[in-house]
Design a protein around this ligand. Structure first.
Ligand code: NAD
Length: 437
């Protein structure tokens, strides 16, 4: 192994120039953390308006503190641009672009490929490239490395490449990019060593080195598939409990008293966000290349994808008990984001519940202080500015889709004739009007 003393030295003394490609939920916190650690950071994004906001010190990601961002921008430690030629000056380039599924539910790696091509055009000796986007095992080695090597430079001799998955949990008040352990898998030993050194300089959570990028890619998919499958299990249990007249929430509370061997997951209206509903399908797609069918992923996907429909069915049942057909009912959705206390609506099950209720002829409105407006099925819908007793009394039902802490459960259950709580978010409220998933 040939040690790269030049880059090591630059990382040690924090003079290495860091480029972060993609300034979203993953990239902006990372860019900020590296800048706070003293590195000179350039953020690259195809959306010039995002770059402009960063340069004005305006945070558009809730987990990035406005004052921290302002500080690193005014200290000239962080700038942002849409001019990818500046990549030439970078010693380290970290790719944090989206990895969605296409319309056929297959991995869409066009963003990762595009970023690798952007770097390849500007790749130089001693550069370190790190992929952070979640993807299937083999992407770094089979897709990114060959694109970079088209430059004529060789991985391990001329430049270095590693995969290091991001684990950020938006809205988590305890764990952030900064204090969560980072897994690193280098193409070779030197790539792994340089990448670990870089993250140790900027993050306090520690670094876990694994033997290859493929192992690191698989590790990330294990984490997310674990959640995907366990959420499906508890969703299935909740549907069975409903049939059997058992309270699933009481069951979970009791099971959670076991001090070992049980981790609580909670049922809900379905999966959302850019990770859990999508990432496991990167794995099932890749598994097919090996003649392997990932049955648990497929079955879990079916259960989770069916939850918005189940929520609507249960609501219709409750309305029916009150002699009301869903057609023409005035229904309020509480919470449009995919999880509590954030404004991210990507893949949110609330959107699916909305569409199903709309198809059934309901008159809909929503209230979500984190989501002033949202595009549903190509149409922009604006949320209510407030949720008053008068608004609630004029409804036929409200559905709690996302349990934002700011919702006043007692007031909502007092004035609304029917409240369907799909998250047990109003657990502390005793009311005849409330029904739980
Ligand atoms: N959001 C999460 O909670 C989370 C957590 C862990 C991992 N991840 C993974 O991290 C990756 C990024 O996710 P995200 O949530 O930050 O996405 P995001 O959509 O919030 O941000 C991605 C950014 O990349 C920009 N972009 C797209 N193509 C680009 C290109 N060619 N060059 C430069 N910029 C480009 C977009 O404009 C956007 O600002 C995904 O692979 C995701 O699965 C996300």
């Amino acid at each position: 192994m040939k040690k790269n003393h030049v880059l090591s030295q630059k990382i040690w003394n924090r003079t290495a120039k860091v480029g972060v490609i993609g300034l979203g939920y993953v990239g902006l916190p990372l860019a900020c953390a590296a800048a706070k650690a003293g590195f000179s950071v350039t953020g690259f994004d195809v959306q010039p308006e995002k770059a402009a906001k960063v340069n004005r010190g305006e945070s558009y990601i809730a987990d990035v503190d406005q004052n921290d961002l302002k500080q690193v921008v005014s200290d000239k430690k962080l700038t942002a641009t849409s001019c990818f030629d500046d990549l030439r000056r970078m010693d380290i380039a970290v790719i944090c672009v989206p990895t969605p599924l296409d319309t056929h539910h297959q991995p869409d790696l066009s963003y990762v490929k595009g970023s690798a091509e952007d770097i390849a055009l500007r790749l130089h000796r001693d550069m370190l490239v790190i992929l952070e986007s979640t993807t299937y095992p083999g992407t770094t080695q089979e897709l990114v490395c060959p694109i970079l090597e088209k430059s004529g430079l060789r991985e391990g001799d001329d430049f270095f490449l590693a995969f290091s998955p991001e684990r950020v949990d938006p809205g988590n008040s305890v764990y952030h990019t900064d204090n969560t352990p980072k897994v690193v898998g280098g193409m070779g030993k030197e790539s792994g060593r340089l990448t670990s050194l870089f993250y140790r300089q900027i993050l306090k959570g520690g670094v876990v080195s694994v033997s290859s990028p493929m192992t690191a890619e698989m590790e990330k998919l294990l984490e997310n598939t674990y959640r995907h499958v366990n959420i499906a299990l508890i969703n299935e249990m909740s549907m069975l409990c409903d049939r059997m007249g058992i309270d699933i929430w009481e069951v979970i509370r009791a099971a959670s008293t076991k001090p070992y061997g049980f981790q609580a997951f909670y049922p809900g209206p379905g999966l959302g966000g850019h990770c859990i509903p999508l990432d496991p399908f990167y794995l099932s797609w890749k598994a097919r290349e090996y003649g392997f069918h990932t049955r648990l992923i497929e079955t879990s996907g079916e259960i989770n994808a069916g939850m918005p429909g189940y929520v609507v069915e249960r609501l219709c049942r409750e309305l029916n008990k009150r002699g009301k057909p869903v057609k023409g009912c005035r229904i309020l959705l509480l919470g449009m984001s995919y999880k509590a206390d954030i404004g991210d609506t990507r893949e949110s099950p609330s959107l699916k519940v909305w569409q199903l209720l709309k198809q059934a002829g309901a008159e809909l409105c929503y209230y979500d202080p984190y989501v002033p407006s949202v595009v549903i099925g190509g149409e922009t819908v604006t949320g209510l500015k407030a949720c008053t007793p008068q608004d609630l009394a004029a409804l036929d039902a409200a559905v709690l889709c996302t349990a934002h802490r700011c919702f006043d459960g007692a007031m909502i259950c007092r004035y609304c004739p029917l409240v369907f709580d799909t998250r047990n978010g109003f657990a502390g409220v005793k009311s005849q009007q409330k029904v739980c998933l």
